[in-house]
Design a protein around this ligand. Sequence first.
Ligand code: BGC
Length: 349
Amino acid sequence: MRAITVEPGHAHSARLEDWLEPPVSEGAILVRTLALGVCGTDRDILDGHYGSAPPGARRLVLGHESLGVVEEAPRGSGFVPGDRVVGIVRHPDPLPCPACAAGEWDMCRNGLYTERGIKARHGFGAERFRLEPEFAVKVDPALGLAAVLAEPASVVAKAWDHVEGIGRRSAAFAPRTLLVTGAGPIGLLAAMIGRQRGLAIHVLDRNREGPKPTLVRALGGTYHASPASLGERVFDVVMECTAATPVIVEAIARCAPAGIVCLVGVSSPGGRANFDIGGFNRTLVLNNAVIFGTVNANRRHYESALLALAKAERAWREALITRRVPLARWPQALVAAPGDIKVVIEFDG
Ligand code: BGC
């Protein structure tokens, strides 16, 4: 079979190559790949800045946003051939730590977790891959190709889950306004879930045209192409999805009293900002504000992500996929182009 592989730590090392069929040790369920979503993490790995191959291997099968169809599944596994599935990215650390032991591998405490297509475990960017039943999530075929959004949506579902968990510190928590910074797939999915929870949505991004403003307006939200257009507004919940230093500073400054800022983007180190830490501390304390980071997702979040995607208007969720690239032209999918939201590599011809 063919697989997209990369040598972690080496820029421009990606290639489509003949690769061995996935061994049964990678899971009892054999899946034929339909589609693979591409995200910023994949680009970081391609640039040699992130990721690691499995122990003893030099190359890593890329890809963590999957959609496939089950070809073989053991009796009693809960899966049958023909089921559509996505794979869970993170696997618990081997000790396991208390979080991983409780099925919350997204909250791993010792950093020894592995991640498919990212950290020490082959990914889903191959014509076939295997899944353990505990790391396979069944998806409704009615979602079509949009089911490939389950993984990024799970990251956002977790972010919302934690915002609500933090909110429970006060009996009066009833957020009404949301600012999302960044109208990429994560930002738009965050806005989608915010809308489903009844918040008034504002999205800040630098694109003035293309599908992003339209998609925000279709949610009943307000699109801002510059911070100036936000005026003096502050927000009950802020979700920062750009990982860009000046935008992070802006996002923090837009937090309302008793508000929550959720940082979802993973930045590269070294982005310095001229930041008044005294003023920041004073505002944070006097406002009971919370700033927190969140990454990854556990099974519960995949399930709530799939419910949220199913609830969204079909045309809206499908419009998040702005480019479909056949496997034969895979390099085109890895280069960002203007107007891209989610780019997907199609494996099924
Ligand atoms: C993935 C997460 C992963 C994170 C850090 C993200 O792109 O969606 O599942 O935990 O990268 O590796």
